[in-house]
Design a protein around this ligand. Structure first.
Ligand code: 3HC
Length: 699
């Protein structure tokens, strides 16, 4: 006999004999919002007050156990009860309480499990404490209970990486007590009966002593100081785990204080913007319509880009036909793809026993006729409009009706390419970022005549490839490269005016970029920018200050960066040192231009660089190239190494404010009124007192 009562609309108790089953039902991911917290507290209190049950089992409905605290509540007024208090009540329950975890038990969800007296995992479970990825730390007992179960080193690694631990490893580490298969309710009922029968042991985590490990704590703290000094929460995590040697109540107090400190940082706000932005960016009507079936993809061009795109498609289980013009190009493409797949095996992205069957999904040809039956073609040849037009003209004649014809161009006009075909509605830009099988950004460039189901197919492809699809309009460089082309000039101006390339790099690395712009230039190849400058030389605005003087001098020496051993830096083995010849070029270019160098602080370098980036980003939003400010943010987070804890350029812009930005631009414009112009959108926002976040909400 069983009977069920609802505590509230998220939590219910079902009685089956001596067992009380508590069910959490808060779709989509059973986050512990206020009603779940309140319901759990009331359920445990009620079951204990009645005293009739001999065992309690908590499980969740739907596709996953609890995914953690409800992130949407962060930053809003708090409504009790607090999660740690609820978990303390569960842990203190006189009647044994166990939990059954399925899907993912993350953050507060895993902490709920840790507060119960035994944990059963269901096959396929993954557990994790991903709070660090949101600029937080486990704030509901995770930093105190995890070290008690697994020891300090394992807990530190889990908390600092935020990684999801597979079920088997969780069992071995002592996080879960049993691994079973089946329906969560059935497993919960059986396990609770085992508790009553004495065949499943229970214990309170707070009564387990922590094995002290000061050496692990010290080593970790020192490593973080060296590698993550610009981040806040990792250091707080270590502080909180260190407190696990104290009595539980004291440790929990320290954890709570550290958690609240993290909650109040802009880093937390930036990371949560990134979390929701990643999901919101493709949550647009155009992405949701009916899409065309894509199972077979043609890729034209076996260079780094084409091979990377082919690899990404193969890894997603798609058939790929790679076409090149000459056998040596094809051989290089096959070798690159094979190497990429081997790399994916090494990185754990592809199972070793799937490597050969994945590669077998690749066919190659020197004849574009091989593309007659593909569902989608992605052209990835070099950036020459004539060559692209020729290819699209041929594709028009070869490809089956309804095939999608895509260009991976980074800046060329998709409308012009589409116009050479008789089916411009099937033509779209799919702009991947190198290495294309690793970088998560995919700009989906919608031309004037692109059909809605072709746009939806672009988003469906992004999802299938595990990428973040961002809608972009047609213009030179789309969202990312257009903004980059503008702000990268600032780095050159700063150097001409008195900073060194190394100072610019280190200032921006201090801001959070993994590499400064000169190091990035050396890595990408300085010849790329050199070619672009030459291509644009004839159309350059004569009033605009030339930014390429120093880079041109470097390229004239045949120094294109890392691949030639020299660029802004000299590369010898693992050693990277400034290229002293560049100092001479800078001095000579300053003299030619009559510039008296002046000192820059790191802050001024960051301010100018970021203000230039924000200015062009604002124009990109204003003219509709990007749908919303958050679209620009996601492009930069997933394609340009923008520091995630800053949330993206326009989230960061809100931390400065439109009025302050306008004032800054006007100030810089006193030196160079051509480059530093106030975007109309920023001017309007400053006048109305609005933010980019407001625009995201309205969109
Ligand atoms: N709070 C609120 N909403 C959440 C959420 C959370 N913790 N986790 C996911 N969601 C929402 C998503 O925004 C999305 O909403 P949408 O449909 O409106 O876009 C929906 O749930 C589904 O999420 P996904 O699209 O990400 O679904 P997946 O199946 O791909 O992934 C998941 C599921 C693995 C659970 C993933 O959502 C995830 O990683 N969530 C975040 C987990 C997390 O960071 N937890 C820690 C929270 S902080 C905490 O617990 C503090 C504590 O220590 C005190």
């Amino acid at each position: 006999m069983s009977d069920t009562i609802a505590i509230n609309d998220k939590i219910s108790i079902e009685r089956v004999g001596d067992v009380a089953l508590i069910r959490i039902d808060n779709p989509p991911v059973n986050a512990t919002g206020q009603a779940v917290r309140q319901g759990l507290q009331d359920a445990i209190t009620q079951i204990n007050a009645e005293g009739t049950a001999k065992a309690v089992a908590i499980y969740a409905a739907g596709r996953t156990f609890v995914a953690g605290a409800d992130i949407r509540e962060f930053g809003k007024p708090f409504v009790p009860p607090a999660l740690p208090d609820v978990f303390n009540i569960i842990e203190a329950s006189a009647i044994p309480v166990i939990s059954v975890l399925h899907g993912t038990a993350l953050g507060g969800g895993l902490e709920l499990g840790l507060s119960t007296h035994a944990r059963i995992g269901i096959e396929g479970l993954r557990v994790g404490l991903p709070e660090i990825l949101l600029g937080l730390l486990p704030g509901a007992g995770g930093t105190q209970r995890m070290p008690r179960l697994t020891g300090v080193p394992f807990a530190l690694e889990m908390i600092l990486s935020g990684r999801q631990v597979p079920a088997k490893e969780a069992l071995e580490a002592g996080i879960i007590d049993r691994l079973e298969s089946g329906d969560p309710r059935e497993v919960a009922l059986k396990a609770a009966q085992d508790v009553i029968a004495g065949t499943l042991k229970t214990r309170r985590t707070d009564q387990i002593a922590v094995v002290p490990d000061q050496a692990a704590l010290d080593q970790t703290a020192a490593h973080l100081k060296k590698t993550q000094s610009h981040l806040y929460s990792p250091h707080k995590c270590v502080e909180a785990v260190a407190a696990a040697v104290l009595p539980m109540a004291e440790g929990l107090k320290i954890e709570r204080a550290a958690f609240m400190d993290c909650m109040n940082t802009p880093q937390r706000a930036g990371l949560i913007h990134a979390f929701f932005g990643e999901r919101a960016v493709s949550n647009i009507p155009e992405a949701k319509g009916p899409a065309r079936d894509i199972t077979h993809v043609g890729v034209i061009g076996g260079g780094t880009m084409g091979s990377g795109i082919a690899t990404a498609c193969l890894l997603a289980g798609l058939r790929v036909t790679l076409v090149e013009v000459a056998q040596d190009g094809l051989d290089r493409g096959i070798a690159t793809i094979t190497g990429n797949l081997d790399g994916a095996v090494k990185r754990g992205k592809l199972k070793a026993d799937k490597r050969d069957s994945t590669l077998a999904m690749l066919t190659t040809s020197l004849d574009m006729g091989a593309l007659a039956d593909v569902d989608l073609v992605i052209e990835a040849v070099f950036e020459d409009m004539g060559v692209k037009k020729d290819i699209f003209g041929k594709l028009d004649a070869i490809c089956k009706p309804g095939a999608i014809l895509a260009s991976n161009t980074s800046y060329l006009d998709i409308n012009e390419i589409a116009a050479v075909t008789s089916r411009p509605q099937d033509v779209i830009g799919l702009h991947f970022f190198s290495p294309a099988h690793v970088m998560r950004l995919l700009e989906i460039v919608v031309a004037d005549k692109t059909a809605p189901d072709v746009v939806a197919s672009g988003f469906a492809l992004a999802k299938k490839l595990g990428k973040v699809g961002v809608r972009a309009g047609v213009c030179d460089g789309f969202i990312g490269n257009r903004i980059l082309a503008h702000y990268s000039k600032t780095a050159s101006y700063l150097v001409l005016d008195g900073a060194t390339p190394q100072q610019v790099d280190s200032a921006l690395e201090g801001f959070g970029f993994a590499m400064g712009p000169h190091k990035v230039g050396d890595l990408a190849g300085l010849d790329i920018g050199w070619m672009t400058r030459k291509r644009k030389a004839a159309t350059r605005d004569p009033k605009e200050r030339y930014a390429g003087a120093v880079a041109d001098r470097i390229c004239e020496e045949g120094w294109f960066g890392r691949k030639t051993g020299k660029g802004y830096y000299v590369y010898e083995g693992k050693d990277i040192t400034p290229n002293l010849a560049v100092d001479r070029f800078i001095a000579e270019e300053r003299e030619k231009a009559g510039i008296t160098p002046r000192p820059f602080t790191d802050q001024e370098i960051v301010d100018r660089y970021m203000t230039a980036m924000i200015s062009e980003a604002a124009r990109v939003v204003e003219d509709g190239t990007a749908r919303r400010p958050l679209d620009v943010d996601m492009v930069f987070l997933f394609g340009y190494g923008f520091p995630r804890h800053r949330g993206g350029p326009l989230h960061y812009a809100d931390t400065i404010g439109a009025a302050a930005l306008v004032a800054r631009i006007k100030d810089y414009a006193k030196e160079d009124a051509t480059y530093w112009q106030v975007p109309a959108l920023l001017e309007k926002m400053a006048a109305n007192g609005t933010s980019f976040a407001d625009m995201n909400k309205e969109a």
